[in-house]
Design a protein around this ligand. Structure first.
Ligand code: A2P
Length: 341
């Protein structure tokens, strides 16, 4: 059976990756529709190796007859159009943060909580987590199953593509400006991002945390376990693609480095590269364009009773966004839509 699939935000960094991922994974689509703003209507985007799609205007698109829509055009667009798509009988898989904490909307990373997809029918909307959360919960899940994680301390090193194609353009143009002695302008980030790091992603909350940090705490609780305490420091770094995280966990039961490595290596979507040698770890540069979440630098934390430290990297446009959304669509089709048909 085939499905009509729409990609909302098809001209953006994540939207383009969604189209690539749908084609690469042979998603059972009879038709794929590319949607963006009125200004992009009529332009073309690539779909697979040799096809192009003509972009249509989201504002005038009729979702009736479309089975699944993958949204990545920002929170306000999702807020307005995901319910319109849902009311027309289309399941919206939303990459924005808008619906993530809605109790009637499942928040899903298929390797971790695929069963939650079964609750999609309440609003016909399924939420995709924040990019930093998606890779983190994949790494945490096998350790939680083994030794029950009590507390997580995480610092992130997040690439500019997390802020969309305009964020990538800003890193490029600032870098160029510095080399040719032009004035440096920031419009997408609060400070210069080229040759710098910025400890500020999304707006500030009352307690001094940023919304990005709050999202990691609340989303890990919703996806993995509400009992886990998590505190994050989220930092934007001058990398185009690939988020890195240094992760410190405390578990209820003791967990050796070998047990942790073995469990992570056996977990779907997770690859351990940990050789304690010059090139024996993975960096964002190497994981760009890859589907897996990579774990390196696993070691004991000697400062707490049951503590473990590791490094985790993944392509934020893939597992952090497009791939996870397509995996949710695959789960939906396999476990729910096909059975209902
Ligand atoms: P457009 O290129 O037509 O503005 P990114 O996150 O990489 O910045 O991409 C944002 C995506 O969201 C783009 O595809 C963009 O389309 C789309 N988008 C932004 N505003 C709207 C809108 N008002 N209606 C439909 N799509 C929008």
């Amino acid at each position: 059976m085939g499905y009509k699939v729409a990609v909302v935000g098809a001209t953006g960094a994540v939207g383009r990756e969604m189209l690539t991922t749908l084609a690469e994974r042979d998603f059972p689509a009879t038709e794929v529709v590319a949607l963006a703003s009125e200004k992009s209507a009529g332009t073309e985007v690539s779909y697979g190796e040799d096809k192009t799609l003509k972009v249509q205007n989201l504002a005038t698109y009729d979702f009736k007859g479309t089975d699944i829509a993958l949204f990545s055009a920002g929170g306000s667009i999702s807020e307005k159009y995901a319910p319109i798509a849902a009311a027309a009988g289309c399941v919206a898989i939303d990459n924005s943060s808008h619906f993530r904490m809605d109790p009637d909307v499942p928040l899903v990373v298929p390797e971790v909580n695929a069963d939650a997809v079964s609750r999609y029918g309440k609003r016909n909307i399924i939420a995709n987590p924040n990019c930093s959360t998606a890779q983190l919960v994949v790494a945490l899940k096998p350790l939680h199953d083994l030794a029950k994680i009590k507390r997580v301390v995480v610092s992130t090193y997040q690439s500019v593509s997390g802020a969309g194609k305009e964020g990538m353009d800003e890193l490029f143009s600032q870098t160029r400006a510095i080399y040719v002695n032009d004035p440096v302008e920031n419009t997408q980030f609060t400070k210069q991002i080229a040759f710098n790091v910025i400890p500020h992603i999304d707006k500030f909350m009352d307690d001094g945390a940023t919304k990005e940090e709050w999202k990691m705490t609340s989303e890990v609780k919703k996806i993995l376990d509400p009992a886990i305490e998590l505190v994050a420091m989220c930092v934007r770094v001058p990398v185009f693609i690939g988020h890195a995280e240094s992760v410190f966990i405390e578990t209820e039961k003791p967990l050796s480095v070998e047990e942790a490595r073995d469990a992570m290596q056996d977990f779907p979507g997770l690859v351990v590269v940990d050789h304690r040698a010059d090139e024996g770890y993975v960096t964002p540069h190497e994981c760009a364009g890859e589907d897996a979440v990579y774990v390196s630098r696993v070691r004991q934390d000697p400062t707490v009773k049951n503590g473990l430290i590791f490094w985790c990297v993944s392509d934020n446009l893939r597992k952090g966004a497009a791939l996870n959304a397509v995996q949710i669509a695959e789960t939906l089709v396999k476990n729910h839509l096909e059975k209902a048909a």
